[in-house]
Structures are given as structure tokens and as C-alpha cells.
Design a protein around this ligand. Structure first.
Ligand code: ATP
Length: 341
């Protein structure tokens, strides 16, 4: 459905050339929800503009829905763009038009007749949960309702790909979750491919199947969301994962416990069925160690549950090491927590 091959994008700037994306290779399957996460300046917006043809790569290939976006122009590019729709952080609605007129707008542009337009608009209003608000103007809507209009408008012409540009970044946590649930529902009902860019790991955890992590223009890590949560490799990925698993308060209390010379703090990561097995009680019975649970957390991802448990293991060094080896053998990822340098 989407293929990026060796994509390089350089911008010309007053002080020379700036590399915004380099060595980007991605394959996104039909019907997938794929997240691209990175901090500001990582190159996410450039990636999305490469996907909808607003930018051409300096070199490399971008293919979407069977179109070679990196080379096509004019009429062919316009046709391709009808299959690729987009929603935005600040909604980009027409303020002088009502909800139904906003949703009808892309249908008018596509030359859809009045009757068919009305029918489609009412289907879309129903789908995004805006029934009863058809005649309202954007200024009379909450942020979440505005994004619902944005989503309905984006779906009007039955696109194959929906690009979401920080679509929940302007919303409060509860509204964010409601909009993410709507995107999930639409993806399941319509089989539409969703590509979203975000700086929030919560968004990735909640709805994405796979994720690519970007830093300084490069994809530093990509994979199945559950696997990335369980074994983040790049430092930046570890930071993103800790966004959902650790609070600042929790980091502080952990840091105070690290000074005890007779125990080790271990972070255990469980996925799927492992989260339900009696690993800890076995640990205490088999090895001569004491185990104290310091912190526990379990989150749902699109592909199953993911849990972290921080335990303090006390005993002699040999027994602690044996206990850690046992945990590794059980396929539970364990990591000794040390002071950050
Ligand atoms: N049109 C442009 N001309 C010159 N430089 C640009 C242009 N667009 C983006 N850049 C630069 O490319 C780099 C990547 O920017 P990009 O907007 O893709 O990152 P981002 O991850 O989306 O960040 P943000 O969330 O802040 O937009 C940045 O250094 C940015 O300044």
C-alpha cells in the first residue's frame, strides 16, 4: 500500500542545504495503523508531506496506493491525492460553513450531485457521532467535535489512506482517547490504512499496529508496537516508552532506592500471556532471595497487554544473579535499574 525506498529529502535554506529526512525505508500494509513518532524537528511533517505529494524527495521512491508519488505530476497527482486524505492538529475547517457544509465541501469539488451529496453527508455525520450538530458552525463546537468534522470531511470521497498530522495534540486526554477510538473504529469498519505522526507514545500504544521512531531525519527503530514497548533499542525509543510507563514522581522514588547496597532494583517487562503467570512466587520459592514489589503498571496495546513491574530483590549477589538468569529464561525481559549517568 505504502512504500518508501531510500528516501532523502533536503531543503534549500539561506545558509545552504538542510537534510530533513534521510535513508528512510518503510513498508506499510493495507489496513494497517502505522505511527511515526519523534520530537519536534525529527522530520515527521516532511514524511507526511512526502506521502501526500506536497513535497518531492531529493532522491528515492515514494509509492502510495499504486501511484509513484515521487514522480507523478498534474492530473495524475490530483487523482492520487483523492485516495490520500488528511486530518490536522488545528482541524483546518471552513469557519463560515456549518458542519454539514464542511463535510460536503470535498464532495462538491469532486462534482458529486446534490442528492448523493446529502446522502453521503448524513452517513458521515452518523459515522463520526455528530448527529444533531449538522447545522452548527465550527466556532460552536468543542475541539473533539471539530476533529470529528475533520475526520468526516477526510472520509467523504472514500480515500484508501488517511494521514493524521498530530490529530490529537490540541485535545485534552479524554477527548484524545475518544478521537483515537473513532479512528480505530473507522479503520476496522472501512479497512482504511492510517498513517499518523505524533510526539506522544500514548497515541502509538492505544491504536497503532506498528511504529517507526524518528530522530534527526532518520528512522532509528521500527517494528510491532508490542515488541517496541517490550524491547526498545534506541535511547530515544526508551524515552518514548517511559512516557507511558513512568511518572516523574515514580522516577524520583526509584532513584532514592538505588543507594541500598544489599539489593538490586529490577524492571521486569511482560507481554501477553506472560503477564498472568506466577513468575514472582516461583522466584521467591526457588532462589534464596526476598522480593518486594515497588511499582507495577499494565497497559493495553492494539496487539495485547504490556506490563512493567519494578521489584527490589534482596539477598546475596550470587542468588540475585541466579534469579535474574531465571527471569531471562522465562522470556520476561529484566533490566537492572542503575543511576542515570
Ligand atoms: N520548507 C522547509 N524549508 C526548510 N527547512 C525545512 C522546511 N520544512 C522543514 N524544514 C526543516 O526540516 C527539519 C524537519 O522538519 P519537520 O517539520 O519535518 O519536523 P517535525 O518532526 O515534523 O517537527 P515539528 O513537529 O516541529 O513540525 C527541521 O530542521 C525543519 O526546520
Amino acid at each position: 500500500m505504502i512504500l518508501l525506498k531510500n528516501v532523502l529529502k533536503k531543503y534549500k535554506t539561506a545558509s545552504g542545504s538542510l537534510t530533513a529526512v534521510q535513508d528512510a525505508n518503510l513498508t506499510i500494509g493495507k489496513g494497517e495503523i502505522f505511527g511515526i513518532i519523534g520530537y519536534s524537528g525529527a522530520g515527521k511533517s516532511t514524511m507526511i508531506r512526502l506521502l501526500n505529494g506536497l513535497e518531492k524527495p531529493t532522491s528515492g521512491t515514494v509509492q502510495v496506493s499504486g501511484y509513484d508519488i515521487s514522480t507523478i505530476k498534474g492530473k495524475e497527482l490530483r487523482q492520487a491525492r483523492q485516495k490520500i486524505s488528511m486530518i490536522f492538529q488545528h482541524f483546518n475547517l471552513l469557519w463560515s460553513r456549518t458542519v454539514e457544509e464542511n463535510i460536503a465541501f470535498p464532495l462538491e469539488i469532486a462534482g458529486v450531485g446534490k442528492e448523493a451529496r446529502q446522502k453521503r453527508v448524513s452517513e458521515l455525520v452518523e459515522m463520526v457521532g455528530l448527529k444533531g450538530r449538522e447545522k452548527a458552525y465550527p466556532s460552536q463546537l468543542s475541539g473533539g467535535q471539530k476533529q470529528r468534522v475533520g475526520i468526516a470531511r477526510a472520509l467523504a470521497n472514500n480515500p484508501e489512506v488517511l494521514l493524521c498530522d498530530e490529530a490529537t495534540s490540541a485535545l485534552d486526554p479524554e477527548t484524545t482517547d475518544a478521537i483515537l477510538d473513532l479512528l480505530l473504529d473507522i479503520n476496522e469498519k472501512l479497512g482504511i490504512t492510517v498513517v499518523l505522526i505524533t510526539h506522544e507514545m500514548h497515541v502509538i500504544r492505544k491504536i497503532c499496529h506498528r511504529v517507526a521512531v524518528m530522530e534527526a531525519g532518520q528512522i532509528v527503530e521500527q517494528g510491532n508496537v508490542l515488541e517496541v514497548f517490550q524491547s526498545p533499542k534506541a535511547d530515544i525509543t526508551k524515552k518514548f516508552v517511559s512516557q507511558v510507563t513512568e511518572s516523574a514522581e515514580h522516577k524520583e522514588s526509584i532513584s532514592q532506592m538505588l543507594d541500598d547496597p544489599n539489593s538490586q532494583l529490577i524492571q521486569l517487562t511482560f507481554v501477553g500471556k506472560k503477564a498472568e503467570q506466577p513468575v514472582i512466587s516461583h522466584l521467591i520459592r526457588t532462589f534464596d532471595v526476598d522480593v518486594n514489589i515497588v511499582h507495577g503498571n499494565i497497559s493495553a496495546t492494539k496487539s495485547g497487554p504490556y506490563g512493567t513491574l519494578i521489584v527490589r530483590i534482596a539477598g546475596n549477589e550470587e542468588n540475585i544473579n541466579k534469579a535474574i538468569q531465571y527471569l531471562d529464561g522465562e522470556d520476561v525481559k529484566s533490566e537492572v535499574i542503575q543511576h542515570a549517568n
